[in-house]
Write a protein that binds this ligand. Structure first.
Ligand code: HEC
Length: 270
């Protein structure tokens, strides 16, 4: 009986191996059937779309998708969000978002599969100067209409083209070796939010532009570093590296750049 249950679960694509904690997501149409069998249905939700931000103002867009917490519990098992874990979302192009699971308790999120108005499921990405970027198969969005803090963050933790998810131990140990947590904990969080979806620190992070920031930082003085982070397209026209935290005041952005610079220099060589 047990064996039958297991193979049925495998056939249905249900995550049965918490040891790996990793799952290639089913196609949205398949996900719709799977999840609705578990009582989870796709719903329309309006968000302020950070990828369409112009001078800090974001238009409303209405998407259709699954409540993230319910879908993730279904896919990864009930303890996907156990304390201290991190959710990793991997996109078709290698972009990786690592998000502490606590964030999913603080803010509501959805895994979107379509626009509600039936238009193509794509968005212009003003932050990266890319047009008509496909968002599917899954696009993680946050309930940012009532949260100024989420609005100020922009699109850093809104990964699209999400094709696989996994839940694993937090990257904190890798990012903050020895006793660095106290002094540099906030800086490591900033790196996680703003940089590690594309780059790495001590091997931790994304593959969109595989570059170890703790090594790369050595080629910059503080002023050149700030200029690159705050105005990448002025330094290198046509670059797809987004400017750091565009929705925030310049003084704050410069302070973040400085914090990252000091933190990266403080990391011991591996
Ligand atoms: C959305 C992806 C993305 C994010 C997020 C991102 N970068 Fe980049 N970064 C790139 C790309 C792409 C390049 C290559 C730039 C080019 O050559 O046009 C790059 C290049 C770099 C370089 C090398 C520059 C050089 O002169 O070779 C550094 C250093 C860097 N990024 C630092 C950062 C830091 C620090 C952050 C966080 C504040 C960050 N990046 C966030 C995509 C990203």
């Amino acid at each position: 009986m047990k064996a039958v249950t297991l193979s049925l679960a495998l056939l249905m694509g249900v995550a049965v191996a918490p040891a790996a904690w990793s799952l290639e997501l089913p196609a949205p149409a398949v996900a719709r059937e799977q999840l609705s069998a578990a009582g989870i249905s796709a719903e329309p939700v309006t968000v302020l779309e950070p990828h369409l931000a112009r001078k800090g103002r974001m238009p409303e867009v209405r998407y259709v998708g699954f409540p993230a917490n319910a879908a993730l519990a279904q896919w990864l098992g009930a303890d996907w969000n156990a304390a201290g874990r991190e959710l990793e979302l991997r996109a078709l192009d290698g972009f990786v978002s690592r998000i502490p699971v606590e964030r999913f308790a603080q803010h509501r999120a959805w895994l979107m599969i379509a626009r509600e108005d039936g238009k193509p499921f794509q968005v212009d990405n003003h932050l990266q100067g890319e047009k008509q970027v496909p968002l599917g198969p899954f696009y993680l969005v946050w309930d940012n209409r009532r949260s100024k803090a989420l609005q100020a963050e922009g699109g850093a933790l809104w990964p699209y083209q999400v094709a696989a998810v996994s839940s694993g131990p937090s990257s904190t140990k890798a990012l903050l070796p020895g006793d660095m947590a106290k002094r540099y904990g906030a800086a490591a969080d900033l790196a996680r939010t703003h940089c590690l979806s594309c780059h790495r620190i001590r091997g931790y992070g994304g593959d969109k532009m595989p570059l170890d920031l703790d090594v790369a930082v050595k080629g910059f003085d503080a002023a050149a570093w700030r200029r690159w982070l705050l105005t990448p397209s002025a330094v290198r026209p046509g670059t797809t590296m987004p400017a750091l935290a565009e929705g925030r005041p310049d003084a704050e952005r410069a302070a973040i750049a400085r914090q990252l610079y000091d933190y990266l220099h403080a990391l011991p060589p591996r």
